[in-house]
Design a binder for this molecule. Sequence first.
Ligand code: C5P
Length: 319
Amino acid sequence: MPPDYRRPPPVKLASHPEPVTVRAPAKLNLHLSVGLLRADGFHDLTTVYQAVSLYDEVTASPAPELSVSVRGEDAPLVPLDDGNLAVRAARALAAAAGVEPLVRLDIVKAIPVAGGLAGGSADAAAALVACDALWGTAMDRAALLDLAADLGSDVPFALTGGTALGTGRGERLAPVLAIGRWHWVLAVAESGLSTPEVYRELDRKRERDVALAPEPLDSLINALRSGEPTSLGHALSNDLQAAALSLRPALRRTLDAGEDLGSTGRVVSGSGPTCAFLASSSDDAVRLAAALSGAGVCRTVRAAYGPVAGARVVTTTAR
Ligand code: C5P
């Protein structure tokens, strides 16, 4: 039986006056085909997400008013006002539940900002789950997923995790069977790319260039079922990759270095600029991560595996 994405969340839904810490994973897009620009400014897409073991943490604590702090990777780049997706998530949940958004959110980031890894979406999903537990608002899973979709295209996936097919603008999810554990090496670039700019560049390219046929999804789905890294490596694809490369030509060197160093597959993640390399085993991932670090083609390298679960409570202070 495929997992039921509408099952109740595995968090305690009683009012919780103690701080609640939730961690939420980064995502990769193993397949991303981008369709037409819609009237609402989004593109229809078909994507296969995988959640990987690189996590942001959000701690929600009782407080007389809403406030937020950010520490860790790229913290100075994260807004502390209503531009912060975790703050928006807390406000949205409070409004939906009819409570005051009285919470302090402390975010610890390990997911690079503007890296194509949905770090902001992870923070939003973590804030939803943490505030739901803190306030005892007991939102059902479907309502939480609706709130998540309003916050951003990737936020529902950050709640569910695993491996999933995303349609619509990415927010409509269906589980995908993925056998075993996949080992990834992530090459994080010096600075981020703006997602709307990458989509705009794709639209411009499509006006100029001959449109290519979309990559077939079947081979990727079959590869995930086979558990076989070589098949998955061949099946990785991303329509946004060409747009990210034209905005950031240096990424070509990063992708080529991963190929020369023997990665099993490679793809720009989402709107980039993070490049994801598939390794054939955990040992191979360690080897590849060390070799890529030495190649000087990115700011930093991270090894991660997937699939992992979506946003989950990890600690609550004992009473
Ligand atoms: O949904 P999210 O806030 O993450 O989207 C950020 C931006 O990325 C959107 O404003 C839009 O420009 C672009 N986008 C898109 N089509 C999608 C998802 C995102 O054009 N399916």
